[in-house]
Design a protein around this ligand. Structure first.
Ligand code: F6P
Length: 359
């Protein structure tokens, strides 16, 4: 069996990726295995020569554990099965990529990614007969079969801090402040940060809402003598009549964006209040990892190497009930982990009197 593992980060970056790599490299070296880091996700393998670097424990001796981003680089738009060439053609480069990887003398791969990346990597490793273990990361926390993904805790902390910073300025100006946060189709960040940051209204894609319900809540806040209100909204929330708010970027890529501005005007009209919007955006991804993310990253990195050494392949490491376990990657990519409308956090929010928009 090869004693050389390749590791890569894929999809959107988040806090804690470097901490995962550190843990994997320290564990692998302790067991006598070498680790190479692939640059820019799988995309670096398609460059000539392929872009990679040997990762040694000394590379992680100082600040890297604490750093946001990924020292290897990443991509969320270079699917090797449908690769967009500079001349506009879209071609399958998977065979080329697998050849390149084999040329580096590895047959084991650790992929740090979200559900989209895992679907691609799983297809790739099956085609190439590679030994694969996945480590879930994403601020959205939408990977199925794990309670937490690396990067989520930090993003929630950033969003909570944003509410902390909006509160005094809202109170100073008698304003309704709307904070738009990321999360793609899952409302985990908005729900958790909204509870932790004392929001009056939390809007998530899983729960429908009306402007009237929001206005009713803000009116009751004012009636109780408070001169400001805080609203947090997840980027994928639609308008009450079901319209998505998206931005189309160069090349046709679409991303969520704009629901905060939409709600700001609607809420201002419905409540006759001054309202302002803050779009938190990529700030949620760029922070140094929280201690929880460092712990998760460390436990996941060690477990991933252990699985490869034990010969357990096609697995994803997962956090379930305060323990690190492994699940079949095929099962993990079947569904998306969205907010449970009947779950503990939704119940908590309602019990605190927070308006979720549906009543
Ligand atoms: O999946 C992570 C995420 O940050 C989402 O919350 C967000 O919708 C998206 O990525 C933004 O993607 P990009 O970095 O390509 O703008």
């Amino acid at each position: 069996m090869s004693k050389r593992i390749a590791i890569l980060t894929s999809g959107g970056d988040c806090a804690g990726l470097n901490a995962v790599m550190r843990a994997a490299v320290l564990r692998a070296h302790g067991l006598g295995w070498e680790v190479i880091g692939l640059e820019n996700g799988t995309a670096g393998l398609l460059d000539s020569p392929p872009r990679y670097r040997v990762l040694k424990p000394s590379d992680f001796s100082n600040t890297v554990l604490r750093m946001g981003g990924t020292i290897l680089g990443t991509t969320n738009s270079r699917d090797p099965f449908a690769y967009k060439m500079d001349d506009g053609r879209v071609i399958d480069r998977s065979d080329e990529l697998l050849e390149s990887l084999k040329g580096l003398g590895v047959d084991s791969l650790i992929g740090i990614g979200g559900d989209g990346s895992f679907a691609i990597l799983n297809k790739l490793v099956k085609q190439g007969g590679l030994n694969f273990v996945g480590i879930p990361k994403t601020i959205d926390n939408d990977v199925f079969m794990t309670d937490f993904a690396v990067g989520y805790d930090t993003a929630v902390a950033v969003a909570t801090e944003a509410l902390d910073r909006l509160q005094p300025t809202a109170a100073s100006h008698d304003r309704v402040m709307i904070l738009e946060v990321m999360g793609r189709d899952a409302g985990h960040i908005a729900l958790a940060a909204g509870i932790a940051g004392g929001a009056d209204v939390i809007l998530i894609p899983e729960i429908p809402y009306t402007i009237e319900n929001i206005a009713k809540k803000i009116a009751s806040v004012k009636k109780d003598g408070r001169n400001f209100a805080l609203v947090i909204v997840s980027e994928a929330v639609k308008t009450p009549d079901g319209q998505k708010h998206e931005v189309v970027y160069h090349g046709g890529e679409t991303r969520y964006g704009g629901i905060g501005d939409y709600l700001c005007l609607k809420i201002a009209d419905a409540t006759e209040s001054e309202a302002r919007v803050t779009v938190l955006g990529h700030v949620q991804r760029g922070a140094g990892p929280s201690y929880n993310d460092r712990l998760l990253a460390s436990a996941f990195g060690v477990k991933a190497v252990d699985l490869l050494v034990e010969g357990k392949f096609g697995r994803m490491v997962a956090w379930q009930n305060d323990s690190v376990v492994d699940v079949a990657i095929e099962d993990a990519i079947k569904e998306c982990h969205i907010v449970d409308k009947d779950g503990m956090l939704v119940h908590t929010a309602r019990a605190l009197g927070i308006c979720l928009g549906d009543e």
